[in-house]
Write a protein that binds this ligand. Structure first.
Ligand code: C5P
Length: 235
C-alpha cells in the first residue's frame, strides 16, 4: 500500500503498443498529469548526439543529465510537444535515428540513475499517468494501478507504418518491423531496468483491440483501484 497521497497509473510496454495515445487520453479523462518518460530518454540521446557525447562516456552523460532542462507540453489531439533547454525539439527527438540511439543510451546505469529524480518529480496532485518501460518496476513501484500494454511486433509495425503514412511520410514496413524487433531485444535484454511487466501489473494484449477499448479497460482498472468495493460489514 502506498503512503504517497498522489495516485499514479503506470503504463509500460514495448514501442508502438499505443501507450502514448492511451496515456494522453487516460490523463485527459482523469484530469491527471502525464509523464512521457521515453521523451526524456530521447531528449538525452538527442543532446548526446548533437554534443558528440559517446554512449559509453559516463561522465559526459552524467553532466548532460544534470544540466538537462526538460519540459513537455500537452496539446489538443494527443500531441505532446517536447522542449529541451527551452527549445522545441519535438520533431528532432521523434525520429528513428534518435530512437535507436536512445535505446543504447538507456542501457547506461548512470543515465537511468540520473533521470530517476526528474521523473519522480512529476508526481503531483491530482494524479499522474506515467508512460515508459520501467514505470511500474522501478520508478513508481507503489503506483495505484500498473498496466503492461503490449501487441505483436507485426501489429506494432503496421500501426507505425500507418502513422507515418497519415503524416504524409514514407515508411518501409519490413524495415520498421526489423527496427521494432531490434529495439525490443535491447530494451528487454538490458541488465538495468529491463522491459518487463511488474509482478502486480495487469497485462493487456492490444493486438485485437481498438484504442477506445484499451482506454476504457485501463480506466476501469483505475476506478476499481481508487474505489474498491468493500464487503458490507452489516450483513
Ligand atoms: O517510448 P519511446 O519509444 O519514446 O522510448 C524510446 C526509448 O527510450 C525506448 O526504446 C527505451 O530504450 C527508452 N526508454 C527507457 N525507459 C523508459 C522509457 C523509454 O529505457 N522508461
Amino acid at each position: 500500500m502506498t503512503s504517497n497521497p498522489v495516485p499514479v497509473l503506470t503504463l509500460d510496454g514495448p514501442s508502438g503498443a499505443g501507450k502514448g495515445t492511451v496515456g494522453t487520453r487516460c490523463a485527459d479523462r482523469l484530469g491527471w498529469h502525464y509523464l512521457d518518460s521515453g521523451a526524456i530518454y530521447r531528449a538525452v540521446a538527442w543532446r548526446a548526439l548533437s554534443d558528440g557525447i559517446a554512449p559509453d562516456d559516463d561522465e559526459g552523460l552524467r553532466r548532460l543529465c544534470r544540466t538537462l532542462h526538460f519540459q513537455s507540453v500537452a496539446k489538443p489531439g494527443d500531441v505532446v510537444d517536447i522542449y529541451v533547454n527551452n527549445r522545441n525539439v519535438t520533431s528532432e527527438v521523434r525520429g528513428e535515428e534518435v530512437a535507436v540511439h536512445t535505446s543504447r543510451i538507456a542501457t547506461r546505469p548512470v543515465v537511468r540513475e540520473s533521470l530517476l529524480k526528474l521523473q519522480r518529480h512529476s508526481r503531483e496532485l491530482p494524479g499522474l499517468v506515467a508512460d515508459g518501460r520501467d514505470m511500474g518496476t522501478v520508478v513508481f513501484t507503489d503506483a495505484t494501478t500498473k498496466v503492461f500494454i503490449t501487441a505483436s511486433a507485426d501489429v506494432r509495425a503496421q500501426r507505425r507504418y500507418k502513422q507515418l503514412k497519415d503524416k504524409g511520410l514514407d515508411g518501409n514496413l519490413r524495415a520498421l518491423l526489423e527496427a521494432i524487433k531490434e529495439r525490443d531485444a535491447r530494451d528487454s535484454g538490458r541488465a538495468v531496468s529491463p522491459l518487463k511487466p511488474a509482478g502486480d501489473a495487469t497485462v493487456l494484449d492490444t493486438s485485437d483491440m481498438s484504442i477506445d477499448e484499451v482506454v476504457s479497460a485501463v480506466l476501469d482498472l483505475v476506478n476499481q483501484h481508487l474505489h474498491p468495493i468493500r464487503p458490507d460489514r452489516n450483513k
